[in-house]
Design a protein around this ligand. Structure first.
Ligand SMILES: CC(C)(COP(=O)(O)OP(=O)(O)OC[C@H]1O[C@@H](n2cnc3c(N)ncnc32)[C@H](O)[C@@H]1OP(=O)(O)O)[C@@H](O)C(=O)NCCC(=O)NCCS
Length: 167
């Protein structure tokens, strides 16, 4: 069982029962603006996505006080970088309250302790200042400028890449 406890959240695997909560952000074009995955058109698409996750390290961010799932994040090994990539997105109603930083820090610590991960990277579209702030608050250092594109190739983003090494 993958469970991480933070001050205000429980981070755990996503289940099909979370689909309605997840669709609140996965179907929101503003949240999706700089994400590589396509905007979800309906909750069934969200259910399908959740059903593909298997044992991937994709965590639901569930509020301790209500149980509501307000976002999700991932820690994914990328062989080409020899490092674990950090990713996250959050329901817009819950932005600006420190949740992404709290969850991201906890996922990094979890990966360090449980996966023996020492090297991490993260990237954000240059226009996506909020994500850049989360990355910096997690202790990452700027590495280089680059680009990434949406999975369907419809858009390319100018981006900044960061690395974090934990001894
Ligand atoms: C990026 C995202 C996850 C940040 O979530 P969040 O919970 O609002 O972030 P936090 O509250 O932890 O904020 C982290 C820092 O960024 C700052 N910040 C938040 N929104 C900001 C914005 N729109 N512009 C600039 N800074 C912002 C916060 O003030 C905070 O810094 P501070 O503690 O010094 O004040 C959220 O905006 C989101 O889901 N965006 C869409 C999806 C996305 O872009 N994911 C990342 C792809 S790389």
């Amino acid at each position: 069982m993958k469970i991480i406890e933070t001050e205000r959240m429980i981070l755990r695997s996503l289940t099909i029962n979370d689909a309605k909560d997840v669709f609140e952000w996965a179907g929101d074009p503003i949240v999706n603006r700089y994400m590589p995955y396509p905007l979800h058109e309906n909750v069934h698409q969200t259910e399908e996505w959740i059903s593909t996750l298997g044992d991937k390290n994709e965590f639901a961010f569930s509020l301790k006080d209500t149980g509501k799932v307000i976002g999700s994040g991932s820690i994914t090994y990328r062989a080409e970088y020899k490092a674990y990539e950090l990713g996250y997105n959050l329901n817009r109603k819950f932005w600006g309250k420190g949740y992404a930083t709290e969850a991201a820090k906890a996922m990094i610590q979890w990966a360090y302790q449980v996966l023996s991960a020492h090297d991490f990277f993260a990237r954000h579209a240059n226009a996506n200042k909020a994500s850049g702030n989360v990355i910096i608050k997690c202790g990452f250092q700027f590495d280089k400028y680059g680009q990434y594109s949406r999975y369907d190739g419809s858009e390319m983003f100018e981006a900044s890449y960061y690395t974090l090494h934990l001894e």
